[in-house]
Ligand binder design. Structure first.
Ligand SMILES: *Cc1c(COP(=O)(O)O)cnc(C)c1O
Length: 646
């Protein structure tokens, strides 16, 4: 080993503390006080910030002892509660501060996380604030009608509606709920008029406005002239006429807009609020009994913790958001001498993102330098001799120079092999030495302040791929579909220095099943530093802020199914501070097969026939045949992911 690489080794083993981990993985930035490392290097979640922390590692151990393998989703139910309270209280505070005459009437958009336990927790936490529900489809309305009990809270119906949808909503009104039908398309106005006449039920009507303010960020197409939702100004005029003609002018009480999810820039929100309030005031002045202004969703989550207007971030806080909404509505209403509306928001992402953590194990590594070159012996091909000389650096070259020389020799070696002049054994040796030299060079520059430009590429090329036991398509769909970043960190060993540059790959047979961009408070990282993995102890990674949209949108690529799930509550009486209230098993092999029209029983019968044939033809003994069938049946009932317990 050359002098350069020895020096590099020392740098890697330098001082490392828990604080260094906290900084490197950005816990303080995206964690917002809910994630902390304890003295033994375990990552803790703090549902109430000032509460005792729960070791995520302990949750995994407990779940495993109940038979739930990795990968698993962990839901911290108390964190959901915290978020619901924060949203409502922040708006109440803003209203007080601005001496705003209306009230806050938030609703939770079901599409962001439909799971029953999530919804129930949210409704319970929001009860005191009259926090309601938003739905965008018939199934979501079915959920809303049945679970909504607080008659002082609202149900807002967005999305495309057919007759049955409208009937259900009207029946909701009949039994004492305030269900608003928000008109997305002009044709819906006629339907609502017709059906409310048929049923003799007064509708509550809102209009979704197609604002000219265009959002920013990945989901910007929800607003602007080309959006697929909402009414243009001529359509609104037309809709009001239709309502007047039908004698339903007294039913129009609400206007709504939604500029898209994860709005990174507060200016967009301010502009949209101002524009929508103008519409509100106009309609009020025209004599409609306007009462509510619904500013939709869009409140962001600071996934990378950078507090910037980068797509995975937001340049504002919840407090600023609430104050801007309240302030701008009041300012415009005052100007127009119109009474201030009650304010509805439909924030979903911001409420549910943080409560859910995905944990998976690193089950393997793909490394270019796992095989050490053996250069013992004295008779080598000339090309190998040249490589050894670069490796040992017997000509006192700089690391960069050695790298350049190695690249040149590598080309030569590849050519020799292709022309048939180099044996496989020697090509293996040449490549192993080449990767070793590259690794030495990378290590040398790791901690140097000034980096040659080529090092970025080389670092990427030399990074190890850590194989994680999960599917990006099932559990991290937005990363694949729209490059959304999620924070990722080990949940233990955080008192050790992570010295391996990695990218992550999943276990699907799809090269897109990978993660090669990671959050960073300044930019985006292409590599994530993790710890050496070893055989003695599984290495567990947490994926954070996973609670919004990912659960339902994930798909069954390669037939990897839903993952196991546990729901955790804080419990002071327990030694480790928590208990698992609910666990939901992930999909079994049998269940995912059913979704593609295979029937487990039928498959087993077909398999049995083939085993019988092999037995009859004397390829196997009957007892072995039974063993094979047993294994087949066992796998049918098992999880789709890699399992340690078989
Ligand atoms: C999706 C959606 C929401 C939720 O948006 P978030 O950005 O998650 O808060 C709210 N309202 C409507 C109409 C939506 O379509």
């Amino acid at each position: 080993m050359g002098i350069d690489s020895r020096k590099a080794e020392n740098i890697v083993k330098g001082d490392w503390s828990i604080a260094s981990s906290e900084k490197y993985y950005g816990l303080k930035n995206w964690g917002k006080g809910h994630f902390q490392i304890d003295q033994e290097g375990y990552l803790n979640v703090l549902p109430f910030r000032d509460s005792k922390g729960i070791r995520i590692f302990d949750i995994v151990q407990e779940a495993k002892s109940k038979g739930y393998d990795l990968p698993m989703t962990i839901r911290i139910q108390d964190l959901l509660q915290t978020r619901v309270k924060e949203l409502n209280e922040t708006f109440c505070d803003a209203i007080k501060q601005e001496a705003y005459p209306g009230s806050y009437r938030g609703v939770f958009p079901i599409k962001v996380n439909q799971l029953r336990e999530v919804l129930e927790e949210i409704l319970e936490a929001g009860e005191a604030y009259n926090y309601g529900l938003e739905c965008g489809s018939k199934p979501e309305l079915m959920i809303a009608l049945a679970h909504h009990k607080n008659l002082n809270s609202l149900i807002i119906c967005n999305g495309y509606k057919d007759d049955a949808f409208i009937r259900l909503a009207l029946y909701g009104n009949r039994i004492g709920k305030s269900v608003f039908l928000v008109v997305e398309q002009l044709s819906e106005i006629e339907k609502i008029i017709r059906i409310s006449k048929e049923l003799g039920i007064q509708p509550k009507i809102g209009l979704r406005i197609k604002l000219s303010t265009v959002g920013e960020g990945k989901w910007a197409r929800s607003s602007g002239e080309e959006a697929k939702f909402g009414l243009t100004s001529p359509e609104i005029v037309d809709a009001t006429k239709k309502l007047e003609q039908a004698g339903l002018a007294n039913c129009l009480e609400l206007i709504h807009f939604h500029i898209g999810s994860q709005v990174p820039n507060i200016q967009t929100i301010k502009r949209a609020t101002v524009e929508a309030t103008r519409y509100y005031c106009e309609l009020a002045s025209m004599g409609f009994p306007m009462k509510y202004l619904d500013v939709g969703g869009g409140l962001g989550v600071d996934y990378d913790g950078s507090m910037s207007n980068f797509e995975s971030s937001m340049n504002y806080t919840l407090k600023e958001y609430a104050r801007d909404v309240v302030f701008n509505i009041q300012a415009i209403c005052k100007e127009a001498s119109v009474a201030c509306p009650d304010i509805i928001t439909e924030s979903g992402r911001s409420v549910v993102a943080s409560h859910s953590i995905l944990v998976t194990d690193v089950c393997d590594r793909i490394s270019k330098h796992s095989i050490k070159p053996e250069v013992e012996g004295n008779k080598h091909e000339p090309i190998i001799e040249s490589f050894i000389s670069i490796l040992e650096n017997d000509y006192s070259a700089s690391p960069l120079e050695r790298y350049h020389d190695a690249v040149q020799k590598k080309e030569e070696a590849d050519n020799l092999f292709n022309l048939g002049y180099l044996k496989l054994k020697d090509k293996g040796l040449a490549d192993a030495i080449f990767w070793k030299i590259c690794q030495d060079v990378v290590l040398f520059y790791q901690e140097e302040k000034i980096q040659p430009e080529e090092m970025d590429r080389l670092k990427g090329m030399m990074a190890e791929q850590y194989v994680c036991n999960f599917s990006v398509f099932q559990s991290l769909i937005d990363h694949w579909a729209c490059d959304q970043l999620f924070p990722i960190a080990p949940i233990h060993r955080l008192n050790e220095q992570p010295a391996v540059n990695t990218t992550l790959v999943d276990i699907t047979c799809d090269s897109e099943g990978r993660i090669a961009s990671f959050v960073d408070s300044e930019d985006e990282r292409s590599l994530l530093r993790l710890h050496e993995i070893n055989k003695e102890e599984p290495y567990l990674l947490g994926f954070f802020l996973m609670g919004a949209y990912q659960d339902i949108m994930g798909d069954l690529h390669n037939l990897f199914g839903r993952v196991n799930e546990v729901h955790v509550f804080l419990e002071d009486d327990e030694e480790d501070g928590f208990y698992i209230e609910d666990s939901i098993p992930g999909f079994s092999v049998n269940e995912v097969l059913k979704l593609t029209q295979y029937d487990g029983q039928m498959l087993s019968r077909k398999m049995k026939k083939q085993i019988d044939r092999a037995t009859k033809e004397d390829q196997i003994k009957p007892r072995e045949g039974t063993r094979i069938l047993d294994e087949y049946l066992k796998v049918l009932k098992s999880q789709t992911y890699l399992s340690e317990s078989n």
